[in-house]
Each structure stands twice: as structure tokens, then as C-alpha cells.
Design a protein around this ligand. Structure first.
Ligand code: GNR
Ligand code: NI
Length: 170
């Protein structure tokens, strides 16, 4: 298995729209395993392929305390959404920033699992937030896009500064 590099805002590659997976073959299965390993290592609860610069429609999630309940959605589609609920979000691609975002409260999605078998899932609470957050990544959208342009710009400036410092090794 391998740990993949997670792209960080404002990287343009986070803005690419992912394409549907044609077949869940061995290459996709390996990618799913690497995405899970990368997510666990980064201490995230979710990861979209877009974040590791693979522009295919794959997300992984694990909300369990023990990190032993991986969930994988290939080609996820939202089939129902009701209610609105606001909660605090973070993102591995926007490290260190947490802001409140409004999302659908209750959703139903269909997808293919890690073997390519179709399934449907109903979600609320953190799972619903996480699925919607990850599905946004596949569209090139980030949680900071829901904030005011002032807040987004401040986050961008701070992260650019951090990235410059990291590059210079200072
Ligand atoms: O680890 C993550 N935590 C989180 C918390 C609240 C709402 C969404 C998330 S997803 C995030 C991991 C990530 O960036 N996935 O794209
Ligand atoms: Ni994210």
C-alpha cells in the first residue's frame, strides 16, 4: 500500500471535475486501499480521489472510533435530500481551518461498493455531512466556497504563506 499526497487549497487541481469510474478493476481497488491508508494516516474521516489528484468518482469514509469501518462509494449519486442543517466542517485540503456550513440534513445516495456492486445508503448527522462534502470534492468544490469571499481570501492568503514557508524550509 502507499500513502498518497493530499493536495491543498488553493491548488487548481482541486477544481477539476472527476469522471465516472468505468469498471472497478484491480487498479481502482488498489487506489481505494491507498486512499483509505492515506485518510487514516492523515486522521481524516473522509477522502475524495480529487484530493489525491485522481479525477475519478471515488470517495472513502470511516467515522468509527476504531478506524475499522471503511466505507467506499464509487460513482455516488444523490437520490434524495431533505432538511437543512449547519455544522462545523474541516478539510484535509484546507488544513487548520474549521467553519460552519449548511448541508442537507438527511440524504439517500446510491453508489457502487469497492467490488463494483451497487448499493443504496441513507444518511444523517456526520455521515450525511461527510458524503456531501466528499461529493463536492468530485465536482471541484470545497467547503470554503460556502464562506464569504473575505473569509475564503483570508484562508487562501494564510495557506499560501504556509506553503511558501514549507518550500523555503524556513
Ligand atoms: O476529516 C474530515 N473531517 C470532516 C469534518 C467535518 C465535515 C467534513 C469532514 S471531511 C474531512 C476530511 C476531508 O477533507 N475530506 O474531503
Ligand atoms: Ni475535504
Amino acid at each position: 500500500m502507499s500513502i498518497l499526497t493530499i493536495l491543498e487549497f488553493p491548488d487548481d487541481r482541486l477544481r477539476k471535475k472527476a469522471v465516472a469510474v468505468k469498471t472497478v478493476d484491480d487498479k481502482i481497488k488498489k487506489l481505494i486501499k491507498d486512499m483509505l491508508e492515506t485518510m487514516y494516516q492523515a486522521k481524516g474521516v473522509g477522502l475524495a480521489a480529487t484530493q489525491v489528484n485522481v479525477h475519478q468518482r471515488i470517495i472513502v469514509i470511516d467515522l468509527s472510533e476504531e478506524k475499522n469501518a471503511p466505507l467506499c462509494l464509487v460513482n455516488p449519486e444523490l437520490i434524495e435530500k431533505d432538511g437543512i442543517k449547519e455544522s462545523e466542517e474541516g478539510c484535509l485540503s484546507v488544513p487548520g481551518f474549521y467553519e460552519r456550513v449548511k448541508r442537507g440534513e438527511h440524504i439517500r445516495v446510491k453508489a457502487l461498493d469497492k467490488e463494483g456492486v451497487p448499493f443504496a445508503l441513507e444518511a444523517h448527522d456526520l455521515l450525511a455531512v461527510c458524503i456531501q462534502h466528499e461529493m463536492d470534492h468530485l465536482e471541484g468544490k470545497l467547503f470554503v466556497d460556502y464562506l464569504s469571499s473575505l473569509k475564503r481570501q483570508r484562508i487562501k492568503t494564510k495557506l499560501e504563506k504556509i506553503h511558501r514557508m514549507e518550500k523555503s524550509g524556513a
